[in-house]
Design a protein around this ligand. Structure first.
Ligand code: UD1
Length: 422
């Protein structure tokens, strides 16, 4: 097992370039399947979830090669539409491959994506939408057997704007005959990035970023190159870290518009935030005040993925901040670990009430999930003494180099490999 050792109480200063967005690159890697050829993906973050996607692509007969942060995928030799259970379980978003496989070859066999850490994560909306397009989907022995010799474009309305279901429909619709109109689509920037990739490949997808996406299927596709947008949740993590620890940081290659609900909360807490086109700068004295209730919501609302890191930043604030988690049922697993550091948090159902405390102290804590793990690092930076954060495999799913990035900002942080003694 690996650990992060963080000694808190050091202000953060410096500049960082933000990695490519995990939630963009995963559907883009699935989308490479639609064209039998080459896709060159720049600004591709090196993450465990990207490695898991590459393993799935290889299982399907494709190949992938890294050169720096560019990943080149060859899909012409795709020879299979089956993803075995152990690969599906590695990553929940493996289900996005379903739409792409159906769009390319009309037949897919895969199991339900892995166990849940944030509460139930059903895929009923994905399956209903694909069925509406003509796919036959049967469940046998824990596997979904999907066949769609002829996918047909149609009008689909999602009952809620699911990110993954939106992506699956768009991918399947690229291979379907005729026009698909997707209503109540998710509007996340990562969907816009998926549209940009698909259009670069020759597909006809319009409207991403709004709640109606229109796809004309069966366009002639070709090789393409694409640069992945920057990860707004990684950026939000570092802004929260500097807000909590104090200091001044500049993040480059971020679209400040993607971060506005997070920067609005940090400004309300007393930070000074300046931004322009592709950079955001934050200054903080480290002494924050409580903010109005933070309600997570689909984009452009406050992102559920930034809830834990903002909570960690508010632990020492003056006053009481209420968090209301509206997307996932079980997204407060980091709370018990933060409490070990002296935080005063009460949760009931979807609500968490954070009463600011004057001091946090370093502790041995355990990452419970990807963003919860990052939240522990944020809290540790503003705690007195040393914290040891374990279960880093959660953090590695979404942060290419959390320890390195924080060290570049001046934090006292070290990553300890499993065979070293701590
Ligand atoms: C994506 C993101 C994840 C983020 C989440 C919400 C990726 C790889 N992951 O996850 O980081 O936290 O969006 O912004 O992009 N739901 C159903 N039935 C379905 C699908 C979803 O009931 O078929 C529900 C879910 O249980 C959840 C809500 O819809 O309550 C939102 O989920 P969804 O937008 O689908 O999230 P993901 O695509 O899994």
């Amino acid at each position: 097992m690996n650990y992060l050792k963080i000694t808190g109480g050091v202000r953060l200063h410096g500049e960082l370039e933000i990695q490519g967005a995990k939630n963009s690159v995963l559907p883009i890697l699935a989308a490479t399947l639609l064209n039998a050829g080459e896709s060159v993906i720049h600004h591709c973050p090196k993450l465990q979830d990207v490695d898991a996607s590459i393993r799935i692509l290889k299982q399907l007969g494709c190949s992938a090669r890294w050169e720096g942060n560019t990943l080149t995928v060859h899909t012409q030799d795709m020879n299979c539409g089956e993803i075995p259970d152990h690969l599906m379980r590695e990553m929940r978003s493996s289900v996005i491959f379903l739409g792409a496989i159906l769009g390319r070859c009309g037949r897919a066999v895969l199991s339900y994506p892995g166990g849940c850490e944030l509460g139930p994560r059903p895929i009923d909306l994905h399956l209903d939408a694909l069925r509406a397009m003509g796919a036959r989907i049967e469940e046998r022995g824990g596997y979904l057997h999907c066949s769609a010799p002829k996918l047909q474009g149609c009008e689909i309305t999602l009952s809620l704007p699911s990110v993954g279901a939106t992506e699956n429909v768009i991918l399947a619709a690229c291979g379907a005959e005729g026009t698909t109109v997707l209503c109540n689509a998710a509007r996340e920037p990562e969907i816009v990035d998926l549209q940009a990739f698909l259009c670069a490949m020759g597909a006809d997808v319009q409207g991403a970023g709004s709640s109606t996406v229109v796809i004309q299927g069966q366009k002639k596709l070709h090789d393409c190159e694409h640069r992945v947008i920057s990860d707004r949740i990684v950026a939000a993590t570092y802004l929260a870290a500097a807000a909590a620890a104090g200091g001044e940081i500049l993040l480059r290659h971020v679209d400040y518009r993607h971060l506005s609900p997070v920067t609005a909360a940090l400004k309300e807490a007393g930070c000074t935030v300046r931004s322009h086109l592709d950079w955001v700068q934050l200054q903080s004295s480290g002494g924050l005040r409580a903010v109005r209730p933070v309600r997570t919501a689909p984009y452009p609302g406050f992102p559920t993925d930034a809830q834990a890191v903002l909570m960690a930043a508010m632990l020492k604030s003056r006053g009481t901040t209420v968090f209301i988690e509206n997307i996932f049922e079980n997204r407060y697993r980091h709370v018990d670990e933060l409490t070990r550091m002296g935080a005063n948090i009460r949760t009931e159902g979807r609500v968490a009430v954070v009463c600011g405390v004057p001091v946090l102290h370093g502790a041995r804590v355990r990452s419970t999930d990807l963003r919860g793990g990052a939240a522990l690092a944020v809290a540790a930076l503003s705690a007195q003494g040393e914290s040891v954060i374990s279960e880093l495999h959660h953090i590695d799913r979404g942060y290419a180099d959390l320890a390195g990035d924080l060290a570049r900002l001046g934090a006292r942080v070290a990553r300890v490999d499993e065979d070293e003694k701590i």
